[in-house]
Design a binder for this molecule. Structure first.
Ligand SMILES: *Cc1c(COP(=O)(O)O)cnc(C)c1O
Length: 383
């Protein structure tokens, strides 16, 4: 018997009557596009995050894309981001014709290192013809990046900050919620994210009224006064009403689930202390624990042993973006962003979800402990 890596089934059983009732209501009223559930959800999301505007959309990727479109980022522009993330974070920069500039990560938090950001901006200004426009930090595994430092550098250089909060919905930085930490933020409601729907979904958050209105226009084919008045090039970027209905139920259960994730993370911390390098959460942050990721020097061997023990693991992310074939023409090589490369070689994520039992976690931890010990050459006895 294998432990599930994430457990959407248990969650569904728990929320089933409410989910079915909410979906049923949509089936009855029939407003499948921009039905009343969408506006209701946006009000609740904005309140939860602490942002003036929540603009729901079709995915986390489209949320990032819409934000870049709203800032009119395009060819000749540079956007600074981390190489240690899901491809979508950088892909959207390329999709609008701009150029991602990768900035190495902090070895402890795995997030964009502000100390290296300043240097990357200066270098881009003096050595390229690119125009620095924005910074796109990612709250990896649910942990917010260092926004005070990033926002300060961005302001000094007149750059916007687009927070990729795809994994961090529910996390906090100095008492403020993820999604409210830059000028604009993108969240994803992909099923496996901390708050997920039953398909694709996302949202953009901002306090800026004008930006909020631009985002609503972009979401609906660049609409002006109405949908047949088109004032800019936009997208079909709407969230389905049925997904909004699902999210309304899931959002109500979310605070409790977040606490359960945090309890699970704490149990792992205790069980794995001294066995592997456990996640570092700075004093000023709480994590949404999208993933619980540890560093394992002999990763693939340990993973194989864990698999035998019924413990699934996943590697997020095996290859940093600057070394991806899709970005070969940017001219990066191995060794250019050494921290990201080193972490990518050792990182592994353990099963993590709100319904993880203490006994399953004990099994995961003892399996990790055994695997690490058996593979450790220093433990071999000399007779
Ligand atoms: C999941 C994810 C996205 C994209 O979200 P989708 O809803 O799958 O489009 C973007 N950035 C990060 C860091 C993610 O983990």
């Amino acid at each position: 018997m294998s432990i599930p890596f994430i457990d959407l089934k248990t969650q569904f059983r728990r929320l089933e009557p409410d989910v079915r009732a909410r979906i049923d209501r949509v089936l009855e009223h029939g407003q499948f596009i921009m039905g009343p559930e969408v506006a209701e959800l946006e009000t609740q999301l904005a309140r939860y995050v602490g942002a003036e505007h929540a603009v729901t959309c079709s995915s986390g990727t489209d949320a990032l894309l819409m934000a870049l479109m709203a800032y009119e980022v395009g060819p000749g522009d540079a956007v600074f981001t981390t190489p240690f993330t899901f491809i979508a974070s950088a892909e959207v920069i390329s999709l609008v014709g701009a150029t991602p500039v990768f900035v190495d990560i902090d070895a402890r938090t795995f997030n964009l290192d502000p100390a290296k950001l300043e240097h990357a901006i200066a270098e881009t200004k003096s050595n390229t013809s690119l125009q620095p426009r924005g910074v796109l930090p990612v709250d990896l595994f649910g942990l917010p990046a260092d926004y005070d430092a990033i926002n300060t550098i961005a302001r000094r250089n007149e750059l916007f900050v687009l927070e990729d909060a795809a994994q961090s919905f529910g996390a906090t930085y100095k008492g403020r919620r993820a999604g409210s930490l830059g000028d604009v933020a993108a969240a994803s409601f992909f099923p496996a994210k901390p708050l997920g729907c039953y398909g694709d979904g996302g949202a953009v958050f901002t306090d800026d009224d004008e930006l909020g209105e631009t985002l609503r226009s972009i979401r609906m084919h660049g609409k002006g006064k109405d949908k047949y008045d088109n004032v800019r090039i936009g997208l079909n970027g709407r969230l389905d009403t049925i997904q909004a209905a699902v999210l309304l139920v899931k959002l109500a259960a979310f605070p409790q689930e977040l606490t359960m994730r945090q309890q699970a993370a704490q149990r792992y911390d205790e069980l794995l202390d001294g066995v592997v390098r456990t996640p570092h959460v700075p004093e000023e942050c709480t994590s949404a624990w999208a993933q619980y990721s540890v560093l394992l020097p002999r990763r693939s061997e340990v993973q194989a042993v864990l698999k035998e023990a019924g413990v699934p693991t996943t590697v997020y992310y095996p290859k940093p973006l600057h070394l991806q074939t899709a970005y070969s023409e940017l001219g990066y090589g191995e060794g250019d962003l050494p921290v990201a490369e080193d972490v990518a070689g050792q990182i592994v994520s353990l099963p993590m979800h709100p319904y993880l039992s203490a006994s399953d976690q004990q099994h995961v931890a003892s399996s990790v402990r055994d695997a690490v010990r058996d593979l450790s050459p220093t433990e071999k006895r000399v007779s």
